[in-house]
Design a protein around this ligand. Structure first.
Ligand code: IPM
Ligand code: MN
Length: 351
């Protein structure tokens, strides 16, 4: 019996949660596993009501589940940064979800903005370090609001953090068993201190334990071009937190956009959290037009992470069949030719 926490969150998150849960229910029934889904009220509405981002005890409660599914965090009436730092980043950090795993896979019949590229060209995985770098929160402001204002935001990097991220990425490359190739994406020509730490970890771990995996390197600016011009060059990519944030939005758009892109915040030794990469899309809230496929794909990753490989494969096949049918006209909200709930029912019926 798995215990799964569901954080519907803000905006369209709750509508997407309903559809992702339909898929979970169908997958559990088909593969014969049992679960309990517990809804947690966290997000902008709660913050506006109570002034709390994560209430007392919430982190300990989250640590008690087998996995977490999160819809979206972000509310138009809340100043930027409060919910992101107070909820999403706090969970990632406190649960030590040190990997952000973001598959970039173009499904059949999904439109990519890249000319002459198809599903055979766009199929790679980005392993984003998820607890350090520019996201560490270190730094501050001195003489704020005056002409002398000084601010710093520290690009905090530890060898241990880089080492565990590259090791995870080497494992992904080995287990994917495709090109057996791992790209480090960085900026070793300018950020010589922090990237030096990454470079050392990348090569030491590779030399010691992964002689079967070919190592490649690209600067982040060049990689941003190549994701667009030659996405087929990539198999697995490992990178730091801020570069990973940016390049995975490029990854998301070439795989069809925020309607379909999902990721996982992974603590291989602890509790992991799966989420659509897109935000809360408040302008579509309550209209039954948002694409639930990203949330369904996040649920697919969650099921796989639980070790239910058969169920995970069923969900992936159901998404592929739904797309192959041609009935879902677009990945964009309002242009799918079906409502949010119709897409959810359709996918669940194919599991
Ligand atoms: C993401 C998001 C978050 C991030 C924001 C909402 C804090 O952009 O998951 O990529 O920057 O990591
Ligand atoms: Mn992002």
């Amino acid at each position: 019996m798995y215990r799964i926490a569901i954080i519907p969150g803000d905006g369209t998150g709750p509508e997407v949660a309903v559809e992702a849960l339909k898929t979970l229910e169908a997958a559990a029934a088909a593969s014969g596993f049992k679960y309990e889904a517990v809804h947690l009220d966290l997000g902008g509405d709660r913050y506006l009501r109570t002034g709390e981002t994560l209430p007392e005890g919430a982190l300990d409660e989250l640590r008690s589940y087998d996995a977490i599914w999160l819809g979206a965090i972000g509310h138009p009436d809340v100043e930027p940064g409060i919910l992101e730092k107070g909820i999403l980043l706090r969970i990632r950090f406190e649960l030590d979800q040190y990997i952000n795993l973001r598959p970039v896979k173009l499904y059949p019949n999904v439109e990519t903005p890249l000319k002459d590229k198809g599903p055979e060209d766009i199929d790679f995985i980005v392993v984003r370090e998820n607890t350090e770098g520019l996201y560490s929160g270190m730094g501050g402001v001195q003489y704020g609001g005056t002409p002398s204002e000084v601010s710093t935001q520290v690009h905090m990097t530890t060898y241990r953090g880089a080492e565990r991220a590259v090791r995870f990425a080497f494992e992904v490359a080995r287990n994917r068993n495709r090109e057996k190739q791992l790209h480090m994406v960085g900026k070793t020509n300018v950020l010589t201190y922090v990237q030096g730490t990454w470079w050392r970890a990348f090569n030491e771990v590779g030399d010691a334990d992964y002689p079967d995996i070919r190592r490649e390197y690209a600067h982040v600016d060049a990689a941003s071009m190549w994701f667009i011009k030659n996405p087929e060059w990539f198999d697995v990519v490992v990178t730091d937190n801020i570069f990973g944030d940016i390049i995975t939005d490029i990854g998301a758009i070439i795989q069809g956009g925020m309607g379909i892109a999902a990721g996982g915040n992974i603590n291989p030794e602890g509790v992991s959290m799966f989420e659509p990469i897109g935000g809360s899309a408040p302008k579509y809230q309550g209209k039954n037009v948002i694409n639930p496929l990203a949330g369904i794909n996040a649920m697919q990753m969650l099921i796989d992470h639980l070790g239910e490989a058969d169920a995970a494969e069923r969900v992936d096949n159901a998404v592929v069949k739904a797309l192959e049918s041609g009935r879902i006209k677009s990945m964009s909200a309002g242009a799918m030719g079906m409502s949010t709930s119709e897409v959810g029912d359709f996918v669940a019926s194919l599991v």
